[in-house]
Write a protein that binds this ligand. Structure first.
Ligand code: CP3
Length: 335
């Protein structure tokens, strides 16, 4: 059994596995090297030789407990025929939303477009032993938001825009849910043994809308994955106190917390559900003593609770690889 299985399945508190969101990415020179000659990000995700190589880059460099497949949550809109491009310094930009085309996308055509993602997973699986291979999806709400808003909602979010045509929104949401389940099934078939669900923009939802757009859609997906005997890790970023309602409703196998969540508070609220993450990635830009103090804070609080060490969001491009090495050492040496 891998350390992450021990933690999630057996609720083992004796070892604290570690992996990091965005552990493959721009902070690694070997990633930047590949990226330089592969300017189209979607095509890079669809190159199974390169996606598997990038997935393994942090595994070769560091003593991590899991690999996460190098892909993106926006591969689902891409698979549904919506154009997705990544603009340097801006982020993702999505094309026109052709609802008719999206609703009519056949599962077999969706799978065909994303086949290289699954091939990439198979390639990684063949080279990985004793470690977990994490597959992932964006949650329905976060994908719906990107698809309607067509770019990051960071500075221009308007809930009414999403909620304008409820019937249409519901149809779209249902299609997204179906494709998420399909995408998960194919990742599991290819070798993914754990599934993380990223609801990166859950925090933008008004609290009264959380059940409709966040909890219930994710619950459906979690139940689907549970039926396959594969554990889920849920990351409803930014929902604050509602993490408790989320856990009570969705009952994920593991809950990933963001940097705004008080770790001591959440530990007492989750009824023993294994917890992952929390440490603010910005801490890793500070001096060693501060990094040590903050990492140990999480390790101390979760001493008596099943806990996967991770961050409260992804590794930032400015973080030095030596810092990642330092954090891993702190986690490994902590008694
Ligand atoms: O974690 C990993 O190492 C696996 C790969 C992974 C990527 N994206 C690769 C990536 C994962 C798990 C994701 C998830 C993802 N993608 C999320 C959910 C997690 C989160 O960050 O909240 C979201 C919202 C996206 C959408 C997305 N992809 C954005 C907003 C951006 C641009 C901003 C940024 O961080 O660069 C991306 C691009 C992206 N996805 C990069 C990587 C390595 C950077 C690509 C580059 O410029 O080289």
């Amino acid at each position: 059994m891998t350390p992450i299985q021990q933690c999630i399945r057996k609720k083992d508190i004796s070892s604290k596995p570690i992996w990091l969101m965005r552990q493959a990415g721009r902070y690694l020179s070997e990633f930047r090297e590949i990226r330089k000659s592969n300017t189209n990000f979607i095509n890079l995700c669809l190159n199974s030789n390169l996606s598997s190589e990038i997935t393994l880059q942090p595994i070769k460099r560091f003593d991590l407990d899991a690999a996460i497949i190098f892909s993106d949550i926006l591969m689902i809109p891409y698979g549904l025929g919506q154009e997705v491009v990544f603009k340097k310094g801006i982020g993702p930009i999505l094309g026109e939303l052709n609802i008719e085309n999206i609703l009519n996308t056949e599962p077999k055509d969706f799978i065909k477009k994303l086949l290289p993602v699954y091939k990439g997973i198979e390639k990684v699986k063949n080279k990985l032993s004793g470690k977990n291979l994490i597959g992932f999806v964006g949650a329905p709400w976060t994908l719906l938001l990107y698809m309607i808003n067509k770019k990051s909602p960071k500075n221009n979010f308007d809930f009414n825009k999403i909620n304008k045509d409820k019937i249409l929104t519901n149809k779209l949401l249902k299609k997204i849910e179906d494709m998420i389940c399909l995408h998960i099934d194919k990742q599991i078939e290819a070798g993914a043994d754990t599934i993380q669900i990223f609801d990166s923009w859950a925090g933008l939802l008004p609290v009264k809308e959380l059940p409709i757009y966040c909890y219930i859609p994710i619950l459906k997906i979690v139940e689907h994955v549970k039926s396959k005997k594969i554990p889920t890790i849920c990351f409803p970023k930014g929902i604050g106190d509602s993490y408790v309602d989320f856990c009570n409703t969705v009952k994920p196998d593991c809950i990933s917390i963001d940097y705004d969540i008080d770790p001591l508070w959440i530990k007492e609220k989750v009824n023993g559900i294994p917890i992952q993450g929390g440490l603010d990635p910005k801490i890793l830009l500070q001096e060693k003593e501060i990094i040590k103090k903050n990492s140990e804070k999480y390790l101390n609080i979760f001493k008596d609770h099943p806990y996967i060490f991770n961050l409260g969001h992804g590794v930032l491009p400015e973080i030095k690889p030596e810092t990642i090495e330092y954090v891993i050492k702190i986690v490994r040496e902590k008694k």
